[in-house]
Design a protein around this ligand. Structure first.
Ligand SMILES: [Zn+2]
Length: 346
């Protein structure tokens, strides 16, 4: 039996000291939005890290029968819109460091993906530097890139704009993909994990679909559109039609080497649609646990985010299921195999 690799998990159960650090940052910004933070210290012991995971992500991995999770800091807390570049820089460094420590404590359960210190209006050089640090020093294999660091106001250029090229260049150099993932919203019209996340997934896909030269400039740039691709698979016909009207390349050709979707869709009918519509080579297993939706579905008696059950029950062949559970993840996250070998899982 091949591995079951969950490519989308967040550290949503961190000890209180992490949140307290963030609250202090916000206080520092109250009188001066340009406040230059210092890095500071967060005291969290290994024992506290273990406690925070053993009753949650680790327990669920073993109950559900998944093997290893590509693990990143809590997405809704990335909060790139808060403060300035120095706010994001130190906050991100601490968040990534905790992930690194977890991957050292549980090397066979977690592999890291980086938060990036994006900040509205700031260029991407700090993000490129942090990605390099996380990949080279911490052994991370991916990153979460927000298309909207303003937290719901969409003030950044579109994803094909040269504004983003410093991070794309670094992704190519390091051979890591990015999951396109927004953070919490500060816009009153959106709900973070409902409309803002799914809207951003859909928006990112459309932006990338309309990109003129991006994938000519970076033929091997790889993006994962999370949460099942937002509205995209459900509206595949609309996107194919728009692409045709705009005289873009056919959708299958556009996604061919660059665009992938995860399986964070929390009901059987949604997964059935996803695997029916999207070419199998572009679907990566993920649950986003412990994440946005934590309850048990009263219709099934199982957790909504127990997505392995939906894949097990869908109509794909066993061979295709293995691609979704591990083969596709291993080919998109180019550095993953080496890491799996190091920890004895390959
Ligand atoms: Zn997520």
């Amino acid at each position: 039996m091949s591995l079951i690799i969950d490519c989308h998990g967040h550290y949503t159960t961190a000890p209180e000291a992490l949140g307290e650090y963030r609250e202090q940052q916000k206080k520092d910004l109250e009188t001066d939005p340009l406040f230059e933070h210092v890095r500071g210290v967060i005291n969290i012991s290994d024992e506290q890290l273990r406690e925070s995971l053993e009753g949650a992500q680790l327990k669920l991995q073993s109950e559900r029968g998944t093997d290893i999770t590509i693990f990143s800091p809590r997405a809704s807390w990335m909060g790139h819109h808060i403060g300035n570049q120095s706010t994001s820089k130190y906050w991100t460094e601490h968040c990534n460091e905790l992930i690194y420590r977890i991957t050292e404590l549980y090397p066979r359960n977690f592999i890291g993906a980086a938060q990036l210190p994006q900040s509205p209006g700031a260029d991407l050089h700090a993000s490129a530097a942090e990605l390099e640090r996380c990949v080279k020093e911490y052994g991370f294999v991916g990153c979460n890139l927000s298309p909207d660091p303003s937290g719901g106001y969409w003030t950044a250029p579109r994803l094909d704009d040269p504004y983003w090229y410093p991070i794309y260049e670094k992704m190519i150099e390091l051979e890591v993909p990015a999951m396109i993932h927004v953070s919490g919203t500060c816009h009153r019209c959106f709900d973070t994990t409902g409309s803002h996340y799914l809207g951003a997934d859909t928006t990112a896909f459309q932006q990338l679909m309309m990109a003129k030269t991006l994938f000519k400039d970076f033929p091997n740039l790889k993006f994962i559109i999370p949460h099942g691709g937002g509205a995209v698979p459900y509206h595949w016909g609309r996107f194919r039609g728009l692409s045709d009207m705009m005289k873009l390349q056919p959708l299958d050709e556009f996604i061919d080497n660059n665009i992938y979707f995860d399986t964070c869709v929390y009901h059987q009918e949604g997964i059935d649609l996803l695997v029916n519509v999207v070419p199998t080579g572009h679907i990566l297993f993920a649950s986003e646990m412990v994440g946005a939706v934590r309850g048990i579905d009263p219709k099934t008696g199982y957790y909504f985010d127990d997505t392995k059950r939906y894949i097990d029950a869908c109509a794909l062949s066993d061979e295709d299921k293995q691609l979704v559970f591990s083969g596709n993840v291993r080919s998109v996250f180019t550095r993953l195999d080496a890491r799996l070998e190091t920890v004895g899982l390959l």
